[in-house]
Design a protein around this ligand. Sequence first.
Ligand SMILES: [Fe+2]
Length: 323
Amino acid sequence: MDRKRAIEHFLHYLPHHPAIGGRSPASILIGHTQAYANLVGHLIESSASSAGLVFQAMDLDDTPTERLAAAIVEADLYIFFYDASTLPNPRAEGPSFIRALQPVISEHWKKSLLFKDYGDFFYDTFSVAPARIADLNAALIDRMSQGEVLSFTDPHGSHFEASLRDMKKWTNINGVGNYDLAPGEIATHSETINGHVRFVGTFLGTIPFARKYGVLETPLEMWIENSTISRIATEVPGLEQDFNKYLDANPSNRRIEELGIGTNEGVKHLYARNAGFEERHCGLHLGLGGGAKGSHHLDLIFDSGTLAVDDQVVFSDRSGYLV
Ligand SMILES: [Fe+2]
């Protein structure tokens, strides 16, 4: 892994964040726990050549909440590196400094970059050349906009189709100008997903399915009618009950609100860390919930499968992208 290159790529994207928008000089607060001290050290060292970015680092565990809060308010952008879901005894609300800072974090979310539970996978996430991701995303969006039907199949027996004509505009997450800097995804919303999937992969969301169930090896079966999950079945102990509880909690949780396609070839596997970068894993993910108040967004990230536009394969986990 070329850590130096990954940090260069990260520093390439950073000035394009909407909160900075090319402004120079820009003041950037980096809050981190001890586990990320090395990474932050490298980042600040490497940034010496990026004129215009002025960094200030603070230890999230040792710095008083008031000082951190004031620094957040003052900064043009603040970046946090910390672990929550991967801690030995995780809490739903996150570590104590996150709970203490929640009001100021919510108020200033537009200038936040939270790298939660990334660990050393930060370097994988930024390992791919920015031009490769930009080209791949553009080529895929182009293919999607010219096609009629998107289909998904996988070795476990999944199959669904969606009309490309009725889809919303694709969001292009290539790291340039996105609120979430982790590059490598295109995403949209479709009302016409119909089929039956035998989901094998991992979860990402505020409800910690990923930490409880890891990377599923036994499928979670789902019947999908017009982008709504009508019924599920699985032999994974406990999962059927847990998942039905989630689906029943809010009508939006049953809706596929997001059809996402990861394009980051640096994310090699799924790890069930409940970390944002896993959504960039190449191939399909479906995001449930998040479309209505009180619902919870939960991504189902597929481990394998084939995506085709009008029966022409554009991605398979064996051969990668073919656009
Ligand atoms: Fe997504």
